[in-house]
Design a protein. Structure first.
Length: 343
């Protein structure tokens, strides 16, 4: 089969790899029909995730058809069309029993990280009963791919960790796919104002289309001061993963507010504790658990949110290297999210 393979920082290749097989009774092998590229994949290629080894197939999002199942799989059947969760969960360990699937002792974020991932024609999914979700026939497959990672990440690590409430003022720093997903899911909780901060005018236009009340392309501090009467925001979400954007969140959060860090950080940040200790703020980080996939799937199915609006580019899976080039230069190419299909 063909797959997109990591060969060290800055090196990737679309090449032949052995088709995966059942390794344990709880495994399934899925034939990929739709997948995508995540900002985390770009972090891997930059060298920000050193646990990813040379030869690893990248990707942790996708939709496909079950080709084979192990003897221990009971909830999923061959020929089922399924959503692949970016987080693998055994459902039995102490972390899974607490709902912290991100830290499953035999799973977590392993696809495209510690085991081969979904940017391939086939993928092996451990703990298939807990890590695959049968798809409604009428659901748009592009929308379904957004349920693998970015929508639950925006919801859980953004809106829920930020404790967005009715009437809040929310600022999201970074209008990439994750920031936009945080915007879409924050709207579930009826904040009074959602401010989107990003230098990319194209992404800000998308944010406005998706419901942002205010957009800021330049220095945010003076504008936020005016918008909030000098108080700062109730919730500041970091959705980039660099020290500069984290610092913005520290500076704009109001006393009693919440900072939700969503971005993947490859460097240390400077925590301004000398300013924050007295402000009664809550700072939360997190890797998505994906435990909200079922409820988000129902919301998407009912039309309550339309994540396919995030898709700006479509490619055949064979063109994945071109897709990577475009996604890497997202500002110039006006790229937000892309879908790669085998069909």
């Amino acid at each position: 089969m063909k797959a997109l393979v990591f060969h060290g920082p800055g090196k990737r290749s679309w090449e032949d790899k052995p088709r995966p097989t059942i390794d344990k009774p709880t495994d399934a092998v899925v034939r990929i029909t739709h997948t995508t590229i995540c900002g985390t994949d770009l972090h891997i290629l930059k060298g920000d995730v050193p646990a990813v080894e040379d030869g690893r197939i990248l990707g942790h999002e996708g939709v496909g058809v079950v080709e084979e199942i192990g003897d221990g799989v009971s909830n999923i059947q061959v020929d089922d069309e399924v959503l692949i969760s970016c987080v693998t969960s055994c459902g039995r360990c102490d972390y899974c029993k607490r709902g912290v699937y991100a830290h499953c002792r035999d799973g977590g974020w392993i696809l495209g990280h510690l085991i081969d991932g979904t940017q391939a024609e086939y993928v092996r999914i451990p703990h298939a009963d807990n890590s695959l979700y049968p798809l409604p026939k009428e659901m748009d497959r592009a929308a379904a791919v957004m349920l693998s990672d970015i929508l639950p990440t925006g919801h859980e690590i953004g809106a829920l960790n930020g404790e967005v409430k009715l009437g809040d003022t929310v600022a999201i720093v970074g209008a990439g796919p994750i920031g936009l997903a945080a915007l879409m899911t924050s709207r579930f909780y009826s904040p009074a104002r959602i401010i989107m901060i990003d230098p990319d005018e194209n992404r800000l236009a998308m944010a406005k289309q998706l419901g942002a009340t205010d957009i800021i392309a330049g220095d945010p501090f003076e504008t936020i001061d005016k918008l909030t009467g000098g108080e700062g925001v109730d919730v500041a979400m970091e959705a980039v993963g660099i020290p500069e954007t984290f610092d913005v969140c520290q500076r704009i959060v109001r006393p009693g507010g919440h900072i939700a860090n969503i971005g993947v950080h490859g460097k240390s940040v400077d925590l301004q504790l000398q300013d924050l200790w007295i402000k009664n703020i809550t700072l939360r980080t997190g890797l998505v658990n994906t435990d909200t996939i079922p409820v988000l799937m129902r919301v998407v199915e009912s039309g309550g949110v339309e994540p396919a609006e995030l898709v700006t580019h479509r490619f055949k899976l064979d063109d994945i290297e071109k897709a990577y080039d475009i996604f890497t230069d997202a500002a110039k190419e006006k790229a937000i999210k892309m879908i790669l299909t085998v069909e």
